[in-house]
Design a protein around this ligand. Structure first.
Ligand SMILES: NC(=O)c1ccc[n+]([C@@H]2O[C@H](COP(=O)([O-])OP(=O)(O)OC[C@H]3O[C@@H](n4cnc5c(N)ncnc54)[C@H](O)[C@@H]3O)[C@@H](O)[C@H]2O)c1
Ligand SMILES: O=c1ccn([C@@H]2O[C@H](COP(=O)(O)OP(=O)(O)O[C@H]3OC[C@@H](O)[C@H](O)[C@H]3O)[C@@H](O)[C@H]2O)c(=O)[nH]1
Length: 396
């Protein structure tokens, strides 16, 4: 419930209610950001998206305490003249819209480049021309691969943080060759970052760029065949959740040796709210938002999710030990799983200096705890539907 007492920012200034045009509000991050803004702040959200399934619970019924502070506008920013008006009547625009599932990058490279660069151009233009603040969501993927990944496998320098820590104002962007079309996304994100930065430098656009490092939690992507296409390939959390729910082996692409750091969506949303409510500290900055303490290989993630899932099934699904099989893992080639042109980031550890200094933010939730709450959500949301779909498949 938004309190009536005045909220103050990090410098003690009263935060006045304002209007936010949130593009992509119907997605994973957008839905959590809308929840946070409605339940803890007096701000108004113009939620722009082509879908609203993940925010329906915030839009109805009219008796909700924040009714009137969130409006849904169903529009595709590729071709809708209403976009400029929505940006003009807002104080701040947050742009989350993107194709951001790796399975699309090398199979739909044109759509990926258009979505992450071309379609963002009018958003930047309207903000700059109308002197409106912009918070733009980029990705940790703009760093690509680490410098250390080019060292000999047994080089001791690979253990030197200078060769793998990713820092906003010093790290290079290192992508694979052009035929590795996986990098279509990261390159489009890099170019829109550079355009936004140039709009700031040349035309005074007040911008903040966010580089999320694998934010995970409830409502991320979809479960294939349940609330997304059966042949769809979501990001790894949903892929592994789907395998566990269907008691299938978890597929480890190229042996699951890539490393990632995962941050709980609720921790990350705290960082975004600090950026929204502290323009003086956020404008002009690029921020890594991740959890360097939650690093695992993909194989370790699969093993951890299997363990959490096993414990869940013992405690909640009322199955005895022998019933709930531990899903094994199997190695698959990236060519088989994603197709031609796939490539990968080897390691993603965010340097936290700038976000600590500017916003005093640190992530709190351990990987085990965030997996526990997320897998509980996945079971509660999908287990019954998956059981039905398996039964139907068997019957047919
Ligand atoms: N989740 C993460 O860990 C992560 C990591 C790095 C970067 N990001 C970035 O954060 C942003 C949000 O990511 P997410 O995980 O919430 O993804 P998501 O796919 O759940 O949400 C994106 C939303 O944008 C909407 N959208 C896309 N194109 C649109 C268009 N033309 N018009 C209107 N709406 C459109 C989609 O319908 C979707 O609801 C993206 O820019 C993504 O690149 C996310
Ligand atoms: O079933 C699977 C799915 C994925 N993976 C692997 O798991 C790792 C993570 O894959 P994800 O699909 O979650 O996506 P990535 O972490 O590579 O990039 C993502 O994170 C950053 C954001 O920009 C985007 O949301 C997306 O690009 C990759 O190494 C992938 O090959 C598997 O081994 N098995």
């Amino acid at each position: 419930m938004a309190t009536s007492s005045a909220r103050v920012d990090l410098d003690g200034n009263t935060i006045k209610p304002f209007t936010i045009c949130m593009i992509g509000a119907g997605g994973f991050i957008g839905s959590h950001l809308c929840e946070k803004l409605m339940s803890e702040t007096p701000h108004t959200v113009l939620a722009v998206d082509v879908y609203n399934d993940k925010i329906k619970h915030l839009l109805e019924p009219d008796s909700l305490p924040w009714a009137g502070r969130i409006q849904f506008h169903r529009l595709n920013i590729k071709n809708d003249s209403r976009l400029e008006g929505l940006i003009k009547c807002s104080d701040l625009t947050v742009n989350l819209a993107a194709i951001c599932t790796p399975a699309d990058y090398n199979t739909r490279p044109l759509d990926t480049i258009y979505s992450n660069f071309i379609d963002a151009l009018p958003v930047v233009k309207y903000c700059s021309e109308n002197n409106k603040r912009l918070i733009h969501f980029s990705t940790c993927e703009v760093y690509g691969k680490t410098i250390g990944s080019y060292l000999p496998k047994d080089s001791p320098l690979r253990q030197d943080p200078a060769y793998y820590i990713l820092k906003e104002d010093t790290s290079p962007c290192i992508f694979g060759s052009i035929e590795k079309q996986r990098w279509s996304y990261a390159c489009a994100k890099q170019l829109i970052e550079r355009l936004i930065y140039a709009e700031g430098a040349e035309n005074g656009l007040e911008f903040t760029i966010v580089r999320p490092f694998n934010w995970i939690g409830p409502r991320m992507d979809f479960i294939p065949g349940i609330d997304g296409p059966s042949e769809g390939v979501p990001r790894v959390l949903a892929c592994f959740s789907n395998n566990l729910l269907r008691r299938e082996p978890l597929k480890l692409v190229d042996g699951g040796e890539s490393q990632r750091t995962f941050v709980y969506i609720k921790d990350a949303i705290e960082a975004v709210l600090l950026m929204i409510e502290n323009p003086g500290r956020a404008n002009g900055h690029i921020f890594n938002v991740g959890n360097p303490n939650n690093e695992v290989t993909v194989r370790q993630l699969a093993e951890m999710m299997t363990k959490v899932n096993f414990l869940y099934s013992l405690v909640y699904a009322k199955v005895s030990g022998e019933d709930s099989i531990e899903s094994p893992t199997i190695d698959v080639s990236s060519k088989e799983f994603y197709g031609e042109g796939y490539d990968d980031s080897d390691k993603r550890i965010p340097d936290m200096t700038i976000i600590n200094k500017q916003l005093g933010w640190d992530p709190k939730t351990s990987l085990w705890d965030l997996l526990e709450s997320t897998l509980t959500y996945q079971h509660r949301t999908y287990a019954e539907a998956v059981k039905q779909s398996i039964a139907k498949a068997v019957a047919n």
